[in-house]
Write a protein that binds this ligand. Structure first.
Ligand code: FMN
Length: 334
């Protein structure tokens, strides 16, 4: 359905860590490369799509955030803690934030249609069926991300073509859109496969051919791999992020809301500890509020205040060249 040689998807990873030539290399290797549009201005996304299109004739996907925007919360109390962290990093305090979104989900969809992107995926929310129809009319394949069977059924109802079943092990943000707890991939995949009549993409903790084969044995049609692709020489993730992954073990990658107000898995650090158990503003407010802190931390090589997203399957993760990772992963099919 995705017209790829191997059923392997390089997970969309927002945060400017997967450059367009990386995406094209993955697609040229017979897998599916992904551009993460989350938090990317429309102009930057346009550039990235055009670059990928100039570098590969093969399919790739663009991933969009489909989250709701709750009303603007009172952020005073949390901001005091953030200003304390700013003091530690020697950056100016902030007292007012601009929460205005850069563009709407419809604008991003429109752009993908205009630029003839072949595949569009959604995370953090379920697109409404009118939006899915619009993409279908433009001949675009649509993927939705879920964390539970109930969400998979809602996604199927909305008319998507494939479903990413993201397990508890996964690095980065939880892609589902209800408050339900996360399910381990081993339990999630077969239950989703049984419940829906769409192809299922397994995501979370898959890093080598054993994981790929296990996911396919559970009924998945494709696998989506994040952390293994992040920890490559060619990813533009911060070197300390890669080092943290290379040195971590499976018990270091924990769930937190501290950086963005939305549950995400990353390597335990100071920022996660300092904001644990706080009543935090929801995504995208907290995400916007911590942007300057994360940017300063990166500049200052201060790993304690960076968001070092990673999944649980990291004990053996070395920073490898992308072509080697692709060779090892595709070897599952030789
Ligand atoms: C750094 C990072 C950023 C991510 N950003 C996104 C994103 O923008 N959109 C998305 O759908 N998933 C995102 N994810 C989740 C991945 O799509 C995928 O579910 C996850 O990486 C799978 O788990 P693994 O990291 O153990 O392979 C991200 C994951 C990581 C590690």
């Amino acid at each position: 359905m995705l017209s790829v040689q191997y059923p392997i998807i390089q997970a969309p990873m927002a945060g400017g860590i997967i450059p367009p030539d990386f995406v094209a290399t993955v697609s040229n290797a017979g897998c599916l490369g992904s551009i993460a549009a989350g938090n990317l201005p429309l102009s930057k996304l346009t550039e990235q799509i055009k670059t990928v299109q100039s570098m590969t004739p093969h399919p790739f996907q663009v991933n969009l955030f489909a989250n709701d925007r709750p009303p603007v919360p009172d952020v005073t109390a949390v901001n005091q803690t953030l200003n304390h962290i700013r003091e530690i990093l020697h950056i100016p305090p902030i007292h007012r934030y601009d929460f205005t979104p850069e563009a709407s989900l419809k604008d991003y969809v429109e752009l993908c249609i205009n630029l003839k992107v072949p595949i569009v995926s959604f995370t953090f929310g379920c697109p409404d069926s009118a939006l899915v129809n619009k993409l279908h009319q433009a001949d675009i394949t649509v993927i939705g991300t879920i964390s539970t069977v109930e969400e998979a059924l809602i996604m199927e109802q909305a008319g998507v073509d494939l479903i990413v079943a993201q397990g508890y092990e996964a690095g980065g943000h939880k892609g589902g859109f209800t408050e339900a707890p996360s399910i381990g991939l081993m339990a999630l995949v077969p239950q989703v496969v049984d419940a829906v009549s769409l192809p299922v993409i397994a995501a979370g903790g898959i890093s080598d051919r054993r994981g790929i084969q296990a996911a396919l044995a559970l009924g998945a049609s494709y696998v989506q791999i994040g952390t293994r692709f992040l920890n490559t020489v060619e990813s533009t993730a911060h070197p300390l992020h890669k080092k943290a992954i290379a040195e971590a073990t499976e018990t270091d990658a924990l769930y937190t809301q501290s950086f963005t107000g939305r549950t995400a898995r990353g390597i335990q650090n100071e920022m996660m500890t300092q904001l644990a158990h706080r009543d935090l503003p929801p995504y995208a407010y907290m995400n916007i509020m911590t942007q300057d802190i994360r940017a300063a931390a990166k500049k200052q090589q201060e790993v304690g205040y960076m968001s070092n997203w990673a999944g649980q399957n990291i004990r053996a993760s070395k920073t490898l060249p992308l072509d080697l990772v692709l060779t090892e992963l595709t070897a599952a099919f030789h």
